[in-house]
Write a protein that binds this ligand. Structure first.
Ligand code: OGA
Ligand code: NI
Length: 356
């Protein structure tokens, strides 16, 4: 008998949100309209997401302990004085925005194939029924080099590729340093995560959220946690408020702070720390008149690595909550499922021990 062919993914028609805005500015196709339970309510629960001063981390204990608190209680924080040239942050926003403003035909030269995550389009769409996010995305794999797909690196706008290169090199250093301090905040030696991740995988995704005539009906980005070890997110200057995190059963907006970067703990760090530092569910909402750009870097383990909770963080009071697994397998699982809260982390949970 012939082997059963793997059925191709049927995603149906996916409207490009920017084109939709241009040609039918008041229309919201059914596929974007969320079920009542998923719609964002307008009431905001403003609480201050912790702000960490990176330049203070080098000086020792006090800020490192604040960092530990931020990781443990929030899983999200903003970093100021991160040392990255502010001009570079501006430049990446500029080329990112210029890319999204190109004609559709130009952007489609770098189209994301269904079921993949690099290039221009909507990632994580797997069926014709699935609701769509009010967002256009462009993503590139960066490190290690073999994950790069040179055909997907845009020739326009000018300076796009070199800016992404320069930006990513700086962001990588920041990831390495943050992981060092995060390890220290757990009382571990600074190099412990770097050693575990081996040659870390780094990818960048630019999310462009056009204004939406009915922000109450749609989501910019479905709720999810990131599969990374950590994620660094840059909110575009002058962008609307859009990122929200799920904290104490409420959606809390992350208000953009000038020149700060937003950091969050990903699933990998949750597993490595045996749940002491948890990944946090987050989503993006849209705005009626303003657009929004975010530039998101995912920093994750090498695909070959075997991961599990670190023995230092497992004891009688904190029994092992996650199984050991190969990160490549986890990554495949992550990419093959739609964004749905923290559901994908179930893959790693030891069910009998998990209390949350
Ligand atoms: C992401 C993400 C939020 C945002 O890309 O994983 O959570 O504000 N983005 O764009
Ligand atoms: Ni995310």
């Amino acid at each position: 008998m012939a082997p059963v062919p793997i059925s191709p993914i049927k995603v149906g028609h996916i409207d490009d949100v920017q084109e939709l805005r241009k040609h039918r500015p008041t229309v919201i196709p059914e596929r974007f309209v969320r079920d009542i339970t998923e719609r964002p309510v307008t009431a905001c629960f403003t609480r201050d997401v912790p702000v960490i001063d990176f330049s203070e981390l080098m000086k020792g204990e006090k800020e490192i302990s604040r960092l530990g608190d931020a990781c443990e209680k929030w899983g999200f924080f903003q970093v100021v004085n991160h040392g990255i040239d502010l001009d570079l942050l501006e430049r990446i926003e500029k080329v990112g925005m210029e890319f999204f403003m190109l004609p559709l035909d130009e952007k489609r030269k770098y189209a994301m194939a269904p079921g993949t995550v690099q290039g221009y389009g909507q990632a994580f769409v797997f069926s014709e029924e699935q609701k769509l996010d009010w967002c256009n995305m462009f993503a590139l794999g960066l490190e290690p080099r073999f994950i790069r797909n040179p055909k997907l690196w845009p020739k326009r706008p000018d300076h796009f590729s070199e800016t992404v290169e320069a930006y990513s090199a700086e962001i990588r250093k920041l990831c390495e340093n943050l992981l060092k301090y995060i390890a220290m905040s757990l009382g571990l030696k600074g190099s412990v995560f770097e050693e575990m991740l081996e040659s870390a995988v780094q990818a960048v995704r630019m999310n462009y959220y056009p204004p939406c005539p009915r922000p109450d009906l749609v989501l910019g980005l479905s709720p999810h946690s990131d599969g990374s070890a950590i994620t660094i997110l840059q909110q575009g200057k002058g962008s609307s408020v859009g990122l929200q995190i799920f904290k104490d059963d409420k959606w809390v907006p992350v208000l953009p702070l000038p020149n700060a970067l937003v950091i969050n703990i990903g699933d990998t760090l949750e597993v490595l720390t045996n749940g002491r530092y948890k990944s946090v569910e987050h989503r993006a909402v849209t705005h009626r008149t303003k657009d929004r750009l975010s530039i998101v870097t995912f920093y994750a383990p090498s695909y070959e690595v075997e991961l599990g909770p670190m023995p230092e963080l497992v004891d009688e009071d904190n029994p092992c909550r996650y199984k050991r697994y190969n990160h490549g397998e986890y990554n495949k699982h992550y990419l093959a499922n739609k964004l749905e809260g923290k559901k994908r982390l179930e893959f790693a949970k030891i069910q009998s021990n998990s209390s949350d």
